[in-house]
Ligand binder design. Sequence first.
Ligand code: AMP
Length: 569
Amino acid sequence: MKTFNELGVAPQIVRAITEMGYESPMPVQEEVIPYLLSQGNEVIALAQTGTGKTAAFGLPIIQQIRLDKKQPQALILCPTRELCLQIADDLNDYSKYIDQLTVLPVYGGSSIESQIRAMKRGVHIIVATPGRLIDLIKRKTTNLQAVSNVILDEADEMLSMGFSENIDEILSYIPAERNMLLFSATMPAEIHKIVKKYMRNPHEIIIGKKNEGAKNIRHFYYMVNAKDRYLVLKRLADYHPNIYGIVFCRTKKETQEIADALIKDGYNADALHGDLSQAQRDYVMQKFRLRNIQILVATDVAARGLDVDDLTHIINYGLPDDVELYTHRSGRTGRAGKTGTSIAIIHLKEKHKIKAIEKIINKTFEAGVIPTGKQICEKQLFSFIDKLEKVNVNEDEIQDLLPSIYRKLNWLDKEDIIKRLISNEFNRLISYYQEADEIEIPQEGHKKREKGDMRERTFADKGSGRASEKGYARLFINLGKKDGINPHKIIGLMNDNIPGKKITVGRIDLMKNFSFFEVKEADLNKVIQGLDGVKAFGRRLSVEQSQASPSEDRKMKIKQSEKRYKGRG
Ligand code: AMP
């Protein structure tokens, strides 16, 4: 393995990173740094977060800046404000011993005036989220004519957040002879389009296999009935008393509900999602970074850019619809060479997603065994005893108190004291698990009606063998799988066409040419009025109440209906 000096990194930069604890280059750095330090080279690096990619592009970029030229010479585009600040901080740390080098983070949600003032004073490197940078360019406060290096960091995230057009626009303001570097954790087709359009013969560097999750992450799935998902989450948290992790949920509502339930049950948890204000989000993230929160319950979008190393666990509270998101989620643990665990708490119908993810990460999931109450209590007890053994005893501070404490406990012997200490800590946990039923493992092929789930029904629970939920009405829509319809698109149609409060959707059955979905009876007319006759997906929608009941004779009825509705759109 080469040293940073041997890779060609300048002494004042090596000095700064050595102080940061970077003793030797990480694999992505070993490959990228020497390549970028020679002229005119473009790079696509498939690297997960946590592989050291910031220094891989950051060190050569800093080294190539001409300090006498007070114009932006390098532009780093990234998807979120948090990542933007993180990269700018890192670049400032790397350039600690290079006087006069200026790095400016440019991101939305904060004062544009101060960013304009800083820009006018002159900067060498801009780290920006695309939207705010376009604002600055349009106000003629930012000139990108001297930019010779453009870095797209977390390119796949930027595309999935809809920044594609913004990126196109920004690149049109930069001279064509620039160098471009693209970093991405996954390689969806859209990335190939960018590469084809903007890059010249880029050198492709793959850290780990293409689209593969980090090697040091173990993946587990726990298959449970939907009603038991929260109980399993609790058990897993109890079984890992030192957990420091993120629980990913699918919706903002579910995120808040799970966080509230955990807090109510005494866990050190909080929620992070888009319904919170920026200030609230910053506060939660700060608490999490400081480890004042052990379990952060978050949506994918809100957790983007939250840069925290040392996470022990990622828990998928259900799997994302877009299985590639799983790679992003799990890539947040097992960073910088550490080990991590990624857990998916799923129900039977999500099993096929496990297979799809295994293909992407090129690893197999291990079937997790839900810890029993007894195992959890033992694990917690020993973790407590371990802490007790290792606790730092501050002799001086407690010296004065000890005589009266000894006197008070004089009537108890050592065994009694230990028993009382343990009971004091664990009585609640032990009696909870004594009373708790062990969690039933669902058997494939045995679909049971599940009651009592703490949440509203969501797409994940749209089992096709169950009767319509009480209070729900069933609707027919003349869009099917052939039209590319999916549950999100059905919800999208309602959000776009029905004013007022969001409609709660129950079960959705997608057929080839048409679909059924359920809404609360009270919303039935509103939904029909909002959607029926609307033009979407290249046709006029037909939405009406369906009489077909999804019971035992469902298949037959579907066949009949399919004939009836064929060609109606
Ligand atoms: P990144 O992928 O750039 O977010 O880096 C992940 C983590 O690894 C960050 O905490 C970096 O500070 C750290 N890191 C990056 N390069 C090195 C290195 N050569 N040695 C030790 N830690 C590093």
